[in-house]
Ligand binder design. Structure first.
Ligand code: PLP
Length: 399
């Protein structure tokens, strides 16, 4: 039976995603093992606490730690972990949140980690009722600043590992952990997009948080992993503020399946497919006037590379952002990674492609660049107009 693309039935554009794992584009291609598991559990009843015990065992094994559970998202994990650090297993305190009266209620975070991933990372902390205490400045944090911020009110410290954060001048995780542990402060690591399931906990983090729907290819969910007492305290928030961050049986089962698939996945073969897409695009763009393409490593050392495509508008007849927009507007729409586009480049990320899509991307690149070459004028939309486009579109939603 031929499968009709559900997007067509819903009247949605059949986009090709070369921007990476983006919540706003539907995150990732869910691995077949997770799809099967989700389908199998949906019609069945299960005892959720028992299912979460099974999840704990699998998470503990893959993360090399004591315990874990599945929640709605990594963002939910931030809130639940902060809440757990404040309340411990005190069910009364859990029901009183976000009122933190009588609790340690401060969570430390380096200023350079106070980023947005679609929402402010520190808002996830504040949602629990905790007060956020910034450490240092945007591009500068030192151990003494962290140490002098630790008081009897400090409940936890949050450390963010992400390409979004400032990548220099801040306190390395090992030193951050050492300074916090010396004063009995637990460290929560937001590692939402990081492929390394063990390293941050091995480096001393007490809790590590991951998204199930990013590199793992699970359904939309979050993973909380780490020290048993802290994981339990976070889990208990499901009887309080965690209720609105509830994950269903399908999210838990799908996450377990994605983790198990990750364990047995042929990572070398995946990498080889990604490399062949990069090589194709690189080859396609080589010698194109005004285009400079370079394969670059991931900024936080995930085992993945991207193609950085820089445009020289005078020679290519188009700016990087106009090319990104043309690719997104065409048939089929190709969505590139454009968060740094004001510097005159975007990236092509090969990790969310269906077979054959890499060729379509290459053809679309050539088609748009050819159109630009034939244009008498240099296609250069003022960047100001583009910058606020997303917010303006949101103000019109649902139109
Ligand atoms: C994606 C991301 C999040 C949010 O993860 P969700 O699971 O989508 O809530 C949090 N922190 C960082 C660093 C991220 O990249």
């Amino acid at each position: 039976m031929s499968q009709i693309d559900i997007r067509e039935r819903l009247g949605l554009r059949p986009i090709i995603n070369v921007s990476g794992t983006m919540t706003s584009l539907g995150a990732s291609i869910v691995v077949p093992e997770a799809v099967v598991a989700v389908t199998a559990v949906l019609p069945q009843f299960v005892e959720i606490n028992d299912l979460q015990k099974k999840a704990s065992t699998v998470i503990a094994r893959l993360c090399g730690t004591e315990a874990g559970f599945v929640t709605a998202s990594c963002a939910a994990g931030i809130t639940l972990a902060a809440a757990g650090a404040m309340t411990g297993p005190n069910l009364g305190a859990i029901e009183r949140l976000p009122d933190t009266l009588g609790l340690k209620n401060e969570v430390l975070i380096q200023m350079g980690h106070m980023v947005g991933y679609g929402a402010p990372v520190e808002q996830g902390v504040r949602l629990s009722g905790a007060r956020v205490v910034p450490i240092g400045q945007a591009t500068h944090a030192r151990r003494y600043q962290l140490e002098s911020a630790i008081t009897e009110r400090t409940a936890a410290a949050l450390y963010v590992v992400s390409h979004h954060t400032v990548q220099f001048g801040l306190i390395p995780l090992e030193e951050f952990v050492e300074a916090c542990h010396a004063r009995g402060v637990p460290v929560i690591v937001d590692a939402a997009s990081e492929y390394d399931l063990k390293g941050f906990l091995a480096a001393g983090a007490d809790i590590a948080l991951y998204s199930a729907h990013k590199f793992l290819g699970g359904p939309t969910a979050g993973i909380v992993a780490g020290r048993k007492d802290l994981v339990r305290a976070a889990y208990l928030q499901n009887s309080g503020i965690g209720r609105g961050m509830k994950v269903g049986k399908e999210g838990i089962v799908g996450t377990i399946a994605a983790l198990q698939a990750w364990e047995t996945r042929d990572h070398a073969a995946v990498r080889a497919r990604e490399t062949s897409a990069l090589t194709l695009w690189h080859h396609t763009l080589s010698d194109w006037p005004g285009v400079n393409a370079t394969i670059v490593p991931d900024p936080t050392n995930n085992p993945l590379e991207r193609l950085q495509v820089s445009l020289e508008p005078s020679a290519a007849h188009i700016t990087a952002w106009d090319l990104a927009d043309a690719l997104a507007a065409g048939q089929p729409p190709v969505i590139v990674r454009d968060h740094e586009v004001e510097h005159g480049f975007f990236y092509l990320d090969p990790c969310n492609l269906h077979p054959g899509e890499e060729t379509i991307v290459a053809e679309r690149l050539v088609a748009e660049l050819e159109l630009a070459r034939q244009s008498n004028e240099i296609i250069a939309t003022p960047l100001e107009r583009r910058r606020n486009r997303g917010a303006e579109a949101l103000m019109r939603w649902p139109v």
